[in-house]
Design a protein around this ligand. Structure first.
Ligand SMILES: [Zn+2]
Length: 466
């Protein structure tokens, strides 16, 4: 068992996990000796961790009850699209409402094995929210780097779980660079999905579940940001084939928004690696990438599986989002609704035979996405029941009510912490643009910003969900 370079084949120790080959700069991927078939039978009736024997060995098992998500047969949507068999793998049912909880469970467990007290993670949202929650559970400090454009609902989750949030760069590409620098400078555990191949290992369990729930679909449609998720699904099915369980393999379909299609463009030009798009744009924020780091893996998976890749427009994505909700009762985030938008195109042009089975991966909940949250705020709210709130959230609530100065806040927070700690929170809230300050009567007053108000609103919306 080793961590193996996907380009030159060099092998490295499994831990600590590294993303890139020291020799050629290629992407590293776990190569495991899989156990024989009968050993798996002891492990039924649990979620993610029942697949532990098929993952790189970790000692700790941090869990919030991730995995074991339903695979819905989407009859109404299938009929609408003229298909016989359509399945939706509903990853919104994970603890923080996205598939990244699987990665967070494995990565926090490994970070604790390796005795790290702090981890760093660059994220477009879902992974950050997941890591924040699992770090809270495990008692590990969580430093998240987010690009400028990130879904507010996901930011609200990170804030509630009390992660340290740093905004860096316009796109995920810059945030990843910052996470790499912090890993080297501070010695923190690297939990960025593009830099830690354990994320792929964790996500391949989605395929094991689809296989147990249905078998092997003829097609699987996965949206692509960095490309790592699509590869994870492919890797899972390849392993099931190697284990002698799966008799066939799915054709992989990769989907990107028109304005952020580095991988689709590379495939059209028959390149094995994406070319940089200087200014990607899409309302599906989780798919905004300039130069997808795992494009080689995604392209390899699409070609090996005899699949294909295509783009969809933002308006097609939002139409699909509403259609999934209206016909199947699942509120998907825009990035996964893109798959159903793509499916509509493929069914219409006859690329898919109507008798073939199709599965789409619903990666996360639509409640995490800004625009949807804003629409929701206009609706009536239900009461929030006794939820524990973080100090930062308390400060925001006090300031939302009335501007205050430091001593004021200390009193209102019940004098339970040092004033130094309060100033630390204020500094962090300030650096995230959630509060502003001004001078009055020779005192420094703090006030909530528009962005701060939006985050509070998003927190309220999330609490209706819980
Ligand atoms: Zn290499």
């Amino acid at each position: 068992m080793a961590l193996e370079c996907t380009r030159c084949g060099s092998r490295f120790p499994m831990f600590p996990p590294h993303g890139l080959c020291e020799k050629c700069g290629g992407l590293l991927d776990y190569s495991l000796d899989l156990p024989v078939k009968h050993e798996l039978k002891f492990l039924r009736h649990a979620g993610f961790w029942k697949y532990k024997p098929l993952l790189p060995p970790v000692k700790h098992t941090i869990t919030l009850g991730e995995g074991g998500t339903p695979l819905h047969k989407a009859n109404r949507l299938a009929k609408l699209l003229g298909l016989k068999e359509l399945y939706l793998k509903d990853e919104t049912r994970n603890p923080t409402n996205s598939y990244r909880d699987r990665a967070a469970a494995l990565l926090t467990s490994n970070a604790i094995d390796l005795k790290h007290k702090t981890l760093v993670c660059a994220s477009m949202g879902n992974l950050g929210a997941s890591m924040a929650a699992y770090c809270a559970k495990a008692g590990v400090n969580c430093h998240i780097i987010v690009p400028k454009l990130v879904d507010v609902g996901k930011l609200a989750q990170m804030l509630v779980y009390d992660a340290n949030i740093e905004e860096f760069g316009e796109f995920i590409d810059e945030a990843i660079g910052r996470a790499e620098a912090l890993e080297n400078e501070m010695g923190w555990y690297q939990a960025t999905a593009e830099l830690n191949p354990l994320a792929i290992e964790a996500q391949k369990t989605i395929s094991y579940e689809i296989f147990e729930q249905f078998g092997v679909p003829d097609w699987i449609i996965v949206s692509m940001g960095s490309g790592g998720t699509l590869y994870s699904i492919w890797k899972g099915f390849r392993e099931l084939e190697r284990l002698g369980l799966a008799k066939s393999l799915p054709k992989m379909v990769g989907v990107q928004p028109e304005g952020s299609a580095a991988i689709v463009k590379a495939l059209l030009k028959k390149l094995n690696k994406a070319i940089k798009i200087p200014k990607p744009s899409s309302k599906a924020l989780a798919l905004l990438v300039k130069e997808p780091m795992q494009s080689e893996l995604a392209i390899k998976a699409i070609i090996e599986s005899k699949g294909l890749a295509l783009t969809v427009s933002d308006s097609e994505i939002f139409a699909a989002e509403l259609r999934i909700a209206k016909f199947e009762g699942i509120f998907a985030e825009p990035s996964s609704a893109a798959e159903v938008a793509a499916l509509k195109k493929l069914a219409k042009e006859g690329t898919l035979d109507k008798n073939e089975s199709v599965a789409c991966l619903i990666t996360g909940s639509g409640l995490k996405a800004t625009d949807i949250l804003q629409a929701l705020t206009k609706k009536k709210k239900t009461a929030v029941l006794g939820l524990e709130i973080s100090t930062k959230e308390k400060i925001l609530r006090i300031l939302n009510n009335k501007d205050a100065y430091g001593y004021n806040l200390w009193e209102k927070l019940g004098k339970t912490m040092t004033r130094g700690a309060i100033y630390q929170h204020l500094t962090e809230l300030y650096s995230k643009g959630l509060i502003a300050s001004y001078k009055k009567d020779r005192r420094k007053f703090f006030k909530i910003t528009q962005r701060g108000k939006e985050v509070l609103q998003a927190i309220d919306d999330l609490k209706i969900l819980l």
